[in-house]
Design a protein around this ligand. Structure first.
Ligand code: AMP
Ligand code: MG
Length: 416
């Protein structure tokens, strides 16, 4: 883990500096489990997987048509062949085939020894039974899918660290693989801090609000396939927070809190981390999300996120998700950033990197444009809910005029 240095304590770190510091030292957690194919979806592969046989396992037809010998083509522009049999998917032709002969063949059916070319049905005529006329002659070897052209015996086809997609399940199935070894699930404990917070189901008193951060965190963590330990709301009380820290660190690979990291009187998260663990930094030059306590608590990684609901989501995507993906053993962890043209003026002061809530759209011609999703305040979920991306405006940049290109992080790209 990167060491805290006292002189850094008063500096604001840039977003990318923080991302690099967080992810560079993280090792994937130890431990794995065997799971069957259906339970492997979205899990992280903990072993290289090798093909034990060629796939496709035999030459087979890519078309419905007729199979014949390319040596029969010669200089001819039309070819009349004698039909001697058929090869259907799962029902191969077992006889011999001589020069001047063809067999009827279906897509996926084995191309038998002796023939090497398939003509598609649409390029043939069958004026009488037992004869096929090829009216458009294909190139030699056309429409034959060769044995092993997807996977060769001994080839590593899925590498350790790969997040298994629906395609990968199919890929494993083509090799008849029923079980794979995946990294064990990460366990993350999280709680909210604040005397003003009530859980759903409780009645709100004067000045109280419902705890919503535990729900965004629930969703964000669930998307990553993480085992959750929801520890509820902890009051702004030094001892209660210390106890919660100790419990969380004893059960989880990572601990996430929200609230209580500002410099207010009742903000005990940072000082508790300093006391019970190690704080690496806490000031980031970004908006929303400036105060964020990052460090270690026993063997757990610790993230003290700000309290404002939008700040929680923004800092999660930028820092927590990359860290957790690394712990899961994934290689590519930072959010995907693309370029789009802003169709509106975007207000910003130079100073901090902004993660504005935006709506990314594609015009009929395919051009990507982005616009403001609404009020850009860190307590306002309306714009966050409407948004489908962050518009990332660099720290030094001021406002941006309509028509300029901006960096955009689509939420879809952030989730995977
Ligand atoms: P704090 O970081 O504790 O100073 O909180 C900053 C702002 O976020 C305050 O307006 C809090 O009321 C609000 N807040 C903190 N935690 C939550 C939460 N779990 N759900 C909703 N709002 C919160
Ligand atoms: Mg608070």
């Amino acid at each position: 883990m990167t060491q805290n240095t006292t002189q850094n304590n008063n500096l604001f770190l840039s977003v990318s500096e923080v991302q690099n510091r967080i992810i560079s030292d993280i090792q994937p957690v130890a431990g794995f489990e065997r799971v069957d194919l259906r339970h492997a979806l979205n899990r992280i592969l903990a072993e290289d997987v090798t093909a034990t046989f060629n796939t496709p396992p035999c030459d087979n037809s890519g078309m419905d048509g007729y199979a014949f010998k390319s040596s029969d083509i010669g200089e001819k522009s039309e070819l009349t062949l004698k039909m001697v049999g058929q090869s259907f998917a799962g029902h191969p032709y077992t006889g011999q085939i001589q020069s001047g002969e063809a067999i009827r063949i279906m897509t996926g059916a084995q191309v038998p020894d002796g023939v090497d070319t398939v003509v598609m049905q649409e390029h043939t005529e069958t004026p009488e039974e037992g004869t096929v006329i090829i009216t458009t002659i294909p190139k030699p070897y056309a429409n034959v899918r060769k044995e092993g052209d997807d996977l060769k015996t001994g080839q590593i086809f899925l590498a350790k660290g790969k997040k298994l997609s629906p395609t990968d399940l199919a890929f494993l199935a083509t090799q008849g693989i029923a079980e794979v070894t995946v990294s064990r699930k990460l366990r993350v404990a999280f709680f909210s801090t604040g005397d003003e917070l009530r859980s759903i189901g409780e009645t709100l008193g004067n000045g109280e609000i419902y705890d919503s951060n535990r729900y965004s965190l629930y969703g964000l963590l669930s998307n990553l396939g993480i085992e959750l330990v929801d520890m509820g709301v902890i009051p702004d009380d030094r001892h209660a927070i210390e106890n919660a820290f100790t419990t969380a660190a004893s059960v989880a690979d990572a601990v996430i809190t929200s609230g209580g990291v500002s410099v207010g009187e009742a903000d005990f998260v940072k000082e508790t981390l300093e006391k019970l663990g190690q704080i690496n930094f806490w000031k980031i030059s970004m908006k929303p999300g400036k105060p964020l306590a990052f460090g270690t608590l026993g063997k757990s990684l610790f993230f003290g996120l700000p309290g404002n609901p939008v700040s929680v989501i923004a800092t999660f995507y930028q820092f927590v998700q990359p860290a957790l993906k690394r712990m899961q053993g994934q290689k590519i962890v930072l959010p995907l950033t693309i370029k789009a043209k802003t169709s509106e003026f975007l207000k910003k002061r130079p100073g901090r990197t902004n993660f504005q809530r935006g709506i990314l759209e594609q015009s009929e011609s395919g051009e990507l444009t982005v616009r403001n999703a609404g009020t850009q305040a860190s307590h306002v979920l309306t714009a966050m809910s409407r948004a489908n991306c962050f518009i990332v405006i660099p720290a030094e940049s001021g406002s941006i005029e309509a028509g300029e290109m901006v960096d955009v992080q689509p939420f879809e790209g952030l989730v995977d």
